[in-house]
Write a protein that binds this ligand. Structure first.
Ligand SMILES: Cc1cc2nc3c(=O)[nH]c(=O)nc-3n(C[C@H](O)[C@H](O)[C@H](O)COP(=O)(O)OP(=O)(O)OC[C@H]3O[C@@H](n4cnc5c(N)ncnc54)[C@H](O)[C@@H]3O)c2cc1C
Length: 379
């Protein structure tokens, strides 16, 4: 019998496979798409992820950026330099393939074009039904992304799926070494344009409230117009996401969730690759420990993720509630842009958080106090 089945071959599943295989565990990754598969995504990755792996990521890095530009409704610009390790820009098919190849080299088996259709726990093992036959494993990891089936099949709480979209733009970016965030043009959300060498990717997501996908698409097409692009120069893709919303449990009987399946993406900036890689590592450690006889290993997984990632996401959530105006206070988002982003020191803090040089918790309470005082809010 297999030690572990992993459903989904994105960064969460690939990271778990890599770290389980590294520990000598028998692991199979099941992926419904043909690999390498296209994944709509901005492709910005914090370089701090390198600490969790023993291989070189450079073959997957299309560009490195050390500049950040923020705008409000495509104007009112502020720029900052990272002055730190530059942030990586990747194409997801390339990054995800590199991760899977590294896992394979350590002994993980990857089966693509194999969709998981059902999972049942019989008391000692998971019976997994797929379009390519049945398998059995002691543990299962749900790494099947924002719209996968594992959350429900394992019996976890449902997550809120938020609208997002991506424009793949086949012209060179204006600034090949800077990322651009635009706030205010997409209501309760934002647009971010990341360079990818000779092309770039504009992404958008609605971070709070009940906005629809059609609004994301409309604002991205409007952005393309601002850049004077014609239709032959871009392609639009829907790309839903699940954001961190509260403290949750990520383990159940012999099963764990990682990445978007667990709802780990940053509720302020939608960063999801870093927590997918981190949760894959911690899930592999937990299963390895559990196989070695540690009865608390899976429970510890939830606790470790809450401490290592969730604590920061709590602050990101509160900042985002202000910034994306959960409270429906007129003008709140534009005021926060002025006090929380436009000042060079604030822009620098945001940039340092993005590239992993600073954590939300380093300045979290201070920022919340400023917001509350400014908007004369009580508790
Ligand atoms: C518009 C937008 C832009 C973004 N840009 C960035 C960014 O710049 N930087 C960043 O860090 N994050 C970004 N994110 C978030 C990031 O894309 C995700 O958080 C990340 O892809 C999560 O990885 P994952 O491994 O959990 O899931 P995924 O990458 O979604 O992988 C899940 C895999 O599971 C497979 N699967 C699903 N169901 C099944 C099944 N039943 N059987 C078998 N396989 C299955 C899917 O085919 C897929 O390959 C963005 C999100 C959005 C919405």
């Amino acid at each position: 019998m297999l030690d572990c089945i992993i459903v989904g071959a994105g960064p969460g599943g690939a990271s778990a496979a890599y770290h389980l295989a590294k520990r000598g565990r028998r692991v199979v990754v099941l992926e419904k798409a043909k690999l390498p598969r296209y994944k709509p995504c901005g492709g910005g990755v914090s370089p701090v992820v390198a600490q969790w792996f023993d291989f070189d990521f450079s073959p997957a890095i299309a560009a490195k950026v050390d500049g950040v530009k923020f705008t409000w409704q495509h104007g009112d610009r502020v720029a900052a330099n990272l002055n730190t390790e530059p942030m990586w820009m990747v194409k997801r098919d390339v990054l995800d393939r590199l991760l899977l190849e590294q896992a394979q080299a350590l002994g993980a088996e990857i089966r693509d074009e194999t969709e998981v259709t059902a999972l049942n726990f019989n008391g000692t093992a998971w019976q997994v039904s797929t379009t390519g036959g049945n398998l059995e494993a002691t543990y299962a990891i749900g790494a099947d992304g924002a719209t996968g089936i594992c959350t429900q099949l394992f019996g976890f709480e449902e997550r809120e799926i938020r609208p997002g979209g991506v424009l793949e733009i086949n012209t060179p970016p204006d600034a090949p070494d800077a990322v651009h965030f635009d706030f205010g043009s997409l209501k309760k959300g934002f647009i971010w344009d990341f360079p990818q060498g000779s092309s770039h990717t504009a992404s958008a997501a609605i971070m709070r409230g009940s906005g629809k996908n059609s609004e994301v698409k409309k604002q991205l097409l409007n952005y393309a117009k601002q850049l004077n692009l014609d239709e032959s120069q871009f392609t639009y893709y829907d790309c839903p996401t699940v954001l961190w919303s509260e403290e949750r449990v990520f383990h159940q009987q012999n099963s764990l969730l990682v990445g978007d399946a667990a709802g780990l993406a940053d509720p302020l900036l939608a960063e999801g690759i870093r927590p997918a890689l981190l949760s894959g590592l911690r899930a592999a450690e937990a299963i390895d420990n559990s196989l070695a006889g540690d009865n608390n290993a899976l429970e510890n997984y939830t606790q470790i993720l809450q401490e290592e990632w969730g604590k920061d996401m709590g602050y990101a959530k509160t900042w985002g509630d202000f910034f994306y105006n959960k409270y429906n206070i007129p003008g709140m988002s534009s005021q926060i842009y002025k006090i929380g982003v436009k000042r060079p020191v604030a822009a620098k803090i945001m940039s340092q958080i993005l590239c992993g040089e600073m954590r939300y918790s380093d300045v979290g309470e201070q920022v919340i106090k400023i917001f509350k005082k400014f908007f004369k809010l009580g508790k």
